[in-house]
Ligand binder design. Structure first.
Ligand SMILES: Nc1nc2c(ncn2[C@@H]2O[C@H](COP(=O)(O)OP(=O)(O)OP(=O)(O)O)[C@@H](O)[C@H]2O)c(=O)[nH]1
Ligand SMILES: [Mg+2]
Length: 326
């Protein structure tokens, strides 16, 4: 079973860096030539123009080829990429870069043609300088796109590696209700932390096995822990990415309110989550049962007969929850 990642992302240079690299390579890469002064000048400048333009055109094409094909991305990553970068914007930038590679090819052909027609050696250098000037000006036009892709590649390489084909359980609930503690209790180990662009703490991943089946448990700090109406567009898009991943959701309530949030608000969030994941089974779990008195528990059992009562810190009720999830 393979972890899905976006793969290796291209190393993108800015226009300035690319120009410097290509021109340096061109000036160092010319082989010695012999013949009349005119022929020597033509051959030397032909080599320079060819090296500089092919270096740049090949480099630009490589960026386009190496960038993950947006149409082929699994839906989870597609939504995340849309959330972080905007797929349209990425497409536009890649299009501009691919188009510029063609323009650079054209500059090479035109300048080499001009080179053949020179009369004296000094004109050869002028043709090459003109080629360099034209290359610089077309590259400057896509500098914005290059910088955007450079930064996008950096952000995308930080996306979490998840198993898209494992049954996945997403843990939700207000801050401090015990999500991380439950993740640890369910999976028996410290969670793996994967960088995630929407939280400073990262996506927390854990795994457990039953029979021959492996299950993936994910805590998404910062995403499903506050009312959806307070979400910005990017966060909503990221939440929508989770829909492709979550086979079921464990929603944690903390009626002791030691988390610092009122039960009423917690129940509102539960309804929010139910509404935005209409096709996902939501398991409601009351945590911190150790802090509740018997009467309170009985009262809650009557109102919510399906709810499981657990104490994540001691592990009480956790194996029943696991059975239900399986
Ligand atoms: N008494 C009691 N405390 C608990 C229980 N589960 C978690 N806690 C405590 O509640 C606090 C918050 O637990 P976390 O697991 O960090 O909560 P969280 O939901 O991951 O919090 P955020 O990551 O901030 O959203 C910690 O001090 C835990 O020790 C429980 O069953 N009983
Ligand atoms: Mg946590």
């Amino acid at each position: 079973m393979e972890k899905i990642t976006l793969g290796k992302l291209p190393n993108v240079l800015t226009a300035r860096e690319l120009i410097d690299t290509a021109f340096k390579r061109a000036s160092e890469g010319t082989a010695r030539v012999e013949g009349s002064p005119r022929e020597v000048a033509i051959q030397r400048e032909r080599q320079r123009i060819t090296i500089a333009t092919t270096t740049i055109a090949e480099y630009l094409r490589k960026i386009v080829v190496d960038f993950p094909s947006l149409a082929d991305l699994p839906p989870f990553y597609r939504d995340l990429v849309e959330a972080i970068e905007g797929i349209d914007e990425l497409r536009k930038s890649l299009g501009a870069i691919g188009g510029t590679a063609k323009v650079v090819d054209k500059i090479r052909r035109e300048q080499l043609r001009k080179l053949k027609m020179i009369k004296n050696p000094a004109e050869a250098a002028a043709v090459r300088r003109q080629a360099y000037g034209r290359i610089s000006s077309v590259l400057k036009k896509i500098d914005r796109n290059l910088i955007f892709l450079k930064e996008a590649a950096k952000r995308l390489s930080d996306l979490p590696d998840v198993y898209l084909d494992l049954p996945t359980i997403v843990i939700a609930g207000y801050p401090n209700v015990g999500k991380s503690t439950l993740l640890k209790a369910l999976t028996g180990s410290a969670p793996k932390i994967a960088p995630y662009p929407f939280t400073t703490t990262g996506l927390q991943l854990g795994y457990f096995e039953h029979g021959h089946q492996r299950y993936q448990v994910i805590d998404t700090p910062g995403l499903l822990d506050r009312p959806l109406e307070k979400r910005n567009k990017v966060e909503l898009q990221a939440i929508s990415a989770l829909k492709h991943l979550a086979k079921s959701i464990v929603f944690i309530l903390d009626p002791s309110e030691s988390c610092g949030y009122r039960s009423k608000d917690q129940l509102n969030l539960l309804e929010d989550v139910r509404k935005s994941f209409p096709e996902t089974k939501v398991f409601v779990v009351v945590n911190k049962t150790d802090l509740l008195n018997k009467e309170k528990i009985e009262e809650m059992r009557k109102v919510h007969p399906d709810v499981l009562f657990i104490t994540a810190t001691t592990g009480e009720g956790v194996s029943e929850l696991k059975q239900k999830l399986i």
